[in-house]
Design a protein around this ligand. Structure first.
Ligand SMILES: [Zn+2]
Length: 114
């Protein structure tokens, strides 16, 4: 995913707007087909209702997936062959494996930032 927040918002807004129009037009086809008595006003209210439900559903699912995709924090930094990368720690005064919290690397023994 290399979409900016603005692009994501624009896409979500376009998707909702197109969905709203398609749904509103569809109500004039599906309601008579199933014998549901409606009017343009009722169709509009129903379309607005389901649009709001759709936005909330999309939001909840997106948040749920975002939380699920959170990378495990505080991993040892490893080489491609799986061995731990060590750096000289000025606190421990020896080479120590380093950990990363996703942004900053630090000594896995004393927590000194590298
Ligand atoms: Zn240390």
């Amino acid at each position: 995913m290399s979409q900016s927040k603005k692009q994501s918002f624009t896409e979500a807004l376009s998707n909702t707007a197109v969905g709203f129009i398609v749904s509103y037009i569809s109500t004039f086809l599906i309601f008579p087909a199933v014998g549901f008595e409606s009017s343009p006003g009722k169709n509009l209210i129903i379309t607005i209702y389901f649009t709001i439900v759709s936005i909330l559903r999309g939001y909840v699912i997106r948040r749920w997936f975002n939380n699920k995709d959170v990378e495990p924090k505080d991993e040892y930094v490893k080489k491609t062959d799986g061995t731990l990368i060590e750096r000289y720690c000025y606190d421990c005064e020896i080479e120590m494996p380093i950990k990363c919290d996703g942004i900053i690397t630090y000594c896995s023994n004393c927590g000194l930032k590298h």
